[in-house]
Ligand binder design. Structure first.
Ligand SMILES: [Zn+2]
Length: 577
């Protein structure tokens, strides 16, 4: 593994599965699968490509990533130092290799992730490169193959890394619309934001033998539930049993299976493109200031003297803070709650239904927490289960069918870190919502009202306009979770909160949030009625300019909004800073 390994270890390596000492060359000939016990070792992207594509057919796409450090992140080491070390250690520019190639003579575009590079984490450059691979597939009308290996979103790039889940998903959506086959190959390990987006919202999901995939990692789930995990939890066979992947394929059969898929995918095409929005439309340059489409009365200038982000985190979590049901009562009229995902569940952490604003009917969907411990427990602290995501999806689609705009209220610590949620396909449920929102032909306004926690929040926040209450937070990971990974311990949460740039003024500056909704003097919990009025005014002001836009224009602009968060040098786009 390490560059300084002694010579014998380069000739011989010990199997992680059965501890047999194996002659390295023999192992290589066997595609890095142990001939004794069948354990598949992890492959870097270059080796993986060599195993999959026809010899000499790979043409790399330019991968000149910008030196992105969009939020100036420092934990115990500055992020640029980690990037440099990863580049030196792997010889790669980023955690993904993209290009075109043929497999058994069939052309395809490929993006192959490399776990050795900062855990295969999804940052702005990775998102950009994979999106370009998808755009190349669309241009050349060839299938797209995504080989995933990732711990999740790259927390050193803050919420901008979360945005990449939407960026890549909408590129996958464009291929779907064009009738082009998309295939993901899950390799070990595939977790977090990658699992909850393009790893699972493709047409065909193939898992390599032994690969593990899930949204929450086993360590986190064990910690939260305090229980031992079932045997084989989140492994390829577990995923197959729970209906989350199409097939489990051993490495030696992987290339053949992909060739067969490409051959079949070719037979049926082409279907005419009816896409509302080609994803190849020129990217919109980043705008340093918000688009001035709304009244200025609801915009707050970021105060010169900023509150400590950790204090903001605590305000965002205040038990007295108005919940989605409170806002439905106070800021909207005539709420009729709709229940159920029609697949066997009704998640109490997500509420939604028909309501009115100024007499105009709309669909409101939001996370529901509570004010007392009993309420919080009964609502699972606002952490949606897969059934909750699927209920939200059902209501969004219903809104689109009825021609109603959608308003989402986001207030969740994150998705549900439980065994059941993983068994029921949490990653795929989030991924499907993100993809569905990128193509939903009706106006969508999202408001981060309290905590916007990771993929669970994004599943309701891919919108035409994203608003954020003044004391809300929006983050790729909780400060506690980030501290536990990058600092010596969780007590560094306040430092992590500062490093993550999760406050409304930060995110407004980064272009993730279009407008900050002011809160009453002592925050929303001190005067819920005033908070409701501010929320209603902001939603009204942001929704009305969207109402007369043709759906195709809406969808095109929404995609451009999320397309601009990528970053790489080639393609003359300004970096995300
Ligand atoms: Zn072995």
């Amino acid at each position: 593994m390490t560059a300084t390994a002694p010579r014998e270890e380069q000739l011989w390596s010990r199997c992680a599965g059965c501890a047999t000492l194996l002659y390295r060359k023999r192992l290589r000939r066997n595609l890095d699968v142990c001939p004794e016990c069948g354990v598949h070792s992890r492959l870097g992207a270059p080796d993986r490509l060599r195993q999959l594509v026809d010899p000499d057919s790979f043409r790399p796409l330019p991968d000149d990533p910008a030196d992105v450090d969009p939020i100036g992140f420092v934990d115990v080491v500055p992020y640029p130092h980690r990037l440099t070390a990863a580049r030196t250690g792997t010889g790669l520019a980023e955690a993904v290799l993209c290009g075109t190639a043929t497999l058994g003579g069939h052309p395809a575009a490929l993006a192959v992730m490399d776990f050795r590079f900062l855990g295969g984490s999804l940052g702005c450059a990775v998102g950009e490169l994979i999106t370009r691979a998808a755009e190349r597939a669309l241009e050349e009308r060839v299938p797209l193959i995504l080989v995933t290996a990732s711990g999740g979103a790259r927390m050193q790039e803050g919420v901008l890394s979360l945005m990449q889940m939407a960026t890549v998903s909408q590129a996958v959506a464009a291929l779907r619309e064009a009738g082009l086959l998309t295939v993901s190959v899950l390799t070990d390990p595939t977790y977090g934001g990658v699992a909850a987006s393009f790893a699972t919202n493709t047409d065909v999901v193939v898992a390599e033998s032994g690969a593990r995939m899930g949204f929450a990692g086993p360590r986190v789930i064990r910690q939260v539930t305090g229980r031992a995990l079932p045997d084989g939890f989140q492994t390829a066979d577990f995923l197959l049993r729970h209906g989350q992947v199409d097939m489990v394929v051993p490495r030696r059969a992987l290339r053949g299976r992909l060739v067969a898929l490409l051959a079949a995918g070719r037979a049926g095409r082409p279907r005419p493109v009816v896409a509302a929005a080609p994803a190849t439309s020129p990217p919109v340059p980043r705008q340093p200031t918000p688009r001035a489409t709304t009244t200025t009365t609801t915009t707050v200038d970021p105060p010169a003297e900023m509150a400590d982000p950790w204090a903001t985190v605590r305000l965002a979590r205040h038990p007295g803070r108005p919940t989605t049901l409170d806002y439905l009562e106070s800021a909207f009229d005539g709420f009729v709650e709709l229940h159920g995902d029609r697949l066997g569940g009704d998640c109490p952490a997500v509420v939604g239904g028909l309501a009115r604003l100024d007499g105009r009917p709309l669909m409101v969907i939001g996370h529901q927490k509570g004010h007392t411990t009993a309420e919080l427990v009964s609502r699972n602290f606002g952490m949606a289960s897969p059934a909750g995501h699927r209920k939200a999806l059902r209501l969004m689609r219903l809104a689109a069918r009825l021609g109603l705009p959608v308003v989402t209220l986001v207030d969740t610590p994150g998705a549900d870190p439980g065994v059941g949620a993983e068994e029921q396909g949490q990653a795929a449920a989030i991924a499907e919502n993100i993809l569905a929102l990128t193509v939903l032909p009706t106006p969508v306004v999202a408001v981060i009202t309290g905590e916007g926690g990771s993929g669970g929040a994004l599943a309701l926040a891919v919108a035409d306009r994203v608003l954020m209450l003044q004391h809300a937070v929006y983050s790729v990971i909780s400060p506690e979770g980030c501290a536990a990974i990058l600092w010596p311990d969780r007590s560094a949460a306040p430092q992590a909160a500062r490093a993550l740039r999760l406050t409304a003024p930060d995110l407004h500056r980064l272009g993730v949030v279009d407008e900050i909704v002011p809160e009453p003097a002592d925050a929303a919990h001190a005067d819920p009625d005033a908070a409701a009025t501010a929320l209603r005014d902001a939603v009204r002001a942001n929704l009305s300019p969207l109402l007369d836009l043709p759906p195709a224009t809406l969808v095109r602009r929404r995609r451009q909004r999320f397309r601009r968060f990528g970053a790489a040098r080639a393609g003359n786009r300004a970096g995300a800073r």
